[in-house]
Ligand binder design. Structure first.
Ligand SMILES: Nc1ncnc2c1ncn2[C@@H]1O[C@H](COP(=O)(O)OP(=O)(O)OP(=O)(O)O)[C@@H](O)[C@H]1O
Length: 348
């Protein structure tokens, strides 16, 4: 299995910025429903797609994807793996920006119940991988499968159902002109038939789940960086609980702890764990996120928030393993990166 990803935080942020121009007064009412925006890409970015849950697995051990000496039993184990719990698969994904060939054959699977980190040097394409999974960018070559169904084009095609995929941006990407309540309830105001009172109640519950109280009427500019990230997290986990079947969800976090102090990072890392189906929130309720993927450079986030790591380097996944294996790996690329050393195969 080999995987490589590329991420483009800055370009996505530009998209958000371009729509922030919509002032609060520009909202309009349709059938009594307050509409927060008419930008379809906003909905595409904030929203997810969809698919039903299965049994989960987390049975990967460290694998050097280009290592021809890979033990036979590992190859055999891979071939015999049960595929029914695979939620997302990237298969031989390539992506270029102009002359820059960023992703050069990235392949990996995200299974139900997994907490996966994507790490690697800056500019290797980690955020690009998240955007390709989220359907905001198309691969030039290769395929993305959502619960075994090949995704065609971008998320706006709305071909895929059964798995909600949410992307939590590095900078939180809140809409400056909307209150915290409107930001968190954005998709429900836009897409659901729930009453505004019910949405407001859900917003308050989801804010409480990320440890925020009494901030519903604040504007994003009145929040600290850590609070913004928590609001973005609340927005990513809110869902229409009036539906008969709640769809399982995969969350993609792009550097969720970047720029935070160590304690604020710990709060966010624990929140990421708490909204996972194996965790529980501050109210003691189990999370409803089936699996998540975190792009990060932070050692604390690697240790605290994920179980399995994919190492992206020069357009491919060159190593994968558990977080414990990461710290003890003798792979020269991995050990240089883990130690932050200037000596080794990674050149800056
Ligand atoms: N939309 C775009 N247009 C042009 N180049 C892009 C675009 N998106 C990303 N790139 C380039 O692709 C490369 C990978 O970007 P990406 O943000 O995916 O890397 P990254 O591994 O997430 O980096 P970092 O760890 O620094 O956040 C970078 O060289 C970036 O400049």
């Amino acid at each position: 299995m080999s995987t490589s990803m590329v991420s483009t935080t800055s370009s996505t942020m530009l998209s958000f910025t371009s729509c922030r121009g919509s002032s609060r007064s520009s909202r309009f009412s349709i059938s009594g429903r307050k509409r927060l925006s008419s930008c379809s890409w906003e909905r595409n970015i904030v929203r997810a797609c969809s698919a039903p849950p299965r049994n989960w697995g987390n049975r990967f051990s460290a694998i050097e994807t280009n290592d021809l000496s890979k033990p036979e039993h590992l190859i055999a184990a891979r071939e015999l793996e049960d595929e029914s719990d695979v939620l997302i698969e990237c298969r031989d994904v390539h992506k270029s920006f102009g002359e820059k060939h960023i992703l050069r054959g990235v392949s990996f699977k995200i299974r139900h119940g997994e907490a996966v980190g994507i790490i690697g040097p800056s500019g290797t394409g980690k955020s690009t991988v998240l955007k390709i999974i989220a359907g905001l960018l198309s691969p030039d070559k290769g395929e993305v499968f959502i619960r075994g169904r090949k995704r065609l084009g971008l998320i706006s095609d709305e071909e895929i159902s059964g798995l909600r995929i949410g992307l939590v941006f590095q900078s939180a990407a809140l809409f400056d002109s909307l209150t915290v309540r409107e930001n968190v309830g954005f998709l429900l105001y836009e897409n659901s038939s729930m009453s505004e009172d019910k949405i407001a109640e859900l917003v308050t519950q989801n804010l409480a789940a990320v440890g925020l109280k009494g901030v519903e009427d604040r504007m994003p500019s009145e929040l600290s960086g850590g609070m913004k990230k928590r609001v973005a997290l609340a927005r990513s986990i809110i869902c229409d609980n009036t539906k008969d079947a709640i769809e399982p969800e995969v969350l993609l976090y792009d550097e969720p702890t970047a720029g935070l102090d160590p304690i604020a990072s710990t709060v966010v890392e624990d929140l990421i764990r708490s909204v996972h189906l194996k965790g529980e929130d501050v109210l003691g309720k189990p999370g409803n996120i089936a699996s998540y993927v975190v792009v990060t450079h932070q050692h604390s986030t690697i240790r605290r928030a994920v179980n399995r790591l994919l190492f992206l380097y020069e357009g491919k996944i060159v190593w994968e393993g558990t977080t414990d294996e990461f710290t003890t790996s003798t792979n020269p690329i991995v050990s240089q990166f883990a130690a932050g050393s200037l000596d080794g195969p990674i050149k800056y």
